[in-house]
Design a protein around this ligand. Structure first.
Ligand SMILES: Nc1ncnc2c1ncn2[C@@H]1O[C@H](COP(=O)(O)OP(=O)(O)OP(=O)(O)O)[C@@H](O)[C@H]1O
Length: 255
């Protein structure tokens, strides 16, 4: 177990609103780390900060010890962070396979000249990329949909396309923002097993979810946010019985 991500005293203000208020935490390279909290607690803002979509108002962030504070999305991506979004963002008019190939872009070597001339090296690289993308689709159980237009597929499958696209970039940390949103109980259960398998394959996973049962079952540790503050950070068994957490969130969710 080694430290992968470290956040120190992170603050994010939106015109006076403290969306993140002095958050400090670490994510290890072998864990499934959960983030829960009521609507507006700052969960997505935290994701946006640790992927370079937003710059924090203050505080620092480190990936494998490297100071990433103030860096942009490209820098975070190159350093090994990949994410999915609360609102699915697949390329609807492209096939599932093409969507996944987009995620491989950062690992490809061919330059524009080679792509235009379709050199042997470029062709070989493209063939390898397709094989790798198909292998990922098999892993996620959606290989049959490889040639379908991504936008025409059920919600649950589109979520998996997004996950496949993120995974082929070979991230060290995969961030999933409400991955079960719009899924039925069977799809949710399948996804939970899939995330456990993803962790075994390599990347650590950080997941935001409102489905408490899902989070308590899946995660190694859970951070609870409330009004931008870190209310608790512990193993699921302790989070589930933390009186402050129950009062602020879990009780309310279960009602
Ligand atoms: N770009 C923005 N401009 C202004 N305020 C914002 C912006 N993004 C988020 N906020 C505010 O910051 C707070 C935290 O929002 P955030 O989306 O991070 O919460 P969340 O915990 O992800 O909520 P949810 O569970 O509803 O997705 C909210 O009050 C929200 O209205």
């Amino acid at each position: 177990m080694a430290e992968l991500l470290r956040i120190e005293h992170l603050c994010m203000n939106f015109s006076g609103l403290k969306a993140l208020d002095d958050i400090s935490l670490t994510v290890h390279d072998d864990e499934i780390f959960g983030i829960i909290g009521p609507n507006g607690a700052g969960k997505t803002t935290l994701f946006n900060n640790i992927t370079g979509f937003n710059q924090p108002t203050s505080g620092r962030m480190f990936l494998e010890g490297e100071d990433m504070t103030g860096k942009n999305t490209t820098a975070f991506c190159l350093k090994g962070i990949a994410r999915t979004f609360q609102n699915i963002r697949v390329f609807g008019q492209m096939s599932v396979l093409e969507n996944v190939l987009v995620g491989m872009h950062k690992n490809m070597q061919a330059n524009l000249f080679e792509i235009i001339l379709k050199t042997p090296r470029q062709k070989k690289e493209e063939r390898k990329a397709r094989e790798e993308a198909m292998e990922m689709l098999h892993f996620l159980g959606i290989a049959d949909a490889a040639d379908e237009m991504a936008g025409s597929l059920p919600y649950g499958t589109q979520r998996k396309v997004e996950i496949a696209r993120a995974l082929v970039s070979r991230p060290k940390l995969l961030l999933l923002d409400e991955p079960t949103a719009g899924m039925n109980p069977q799809e949710t259960d399948d996804l939970m097993h899939l995330i456990a398998q993803i962790r075994k394959r390599g990347p650590a996973v950080t997941v935001i979810e409102h489905n408490i049962k899902f989070m308590l079952t899946l995660c190694d540790r859970i951070a609870v946010l409330n009004f931008g503050k870190l209310l608790a950070l512990d193993v699921p068994e302790k989070v589930a019985v933390n009186p402050e957490v129950v009062a602020a969130y879990i009780g309310e969710e279960e009602e």
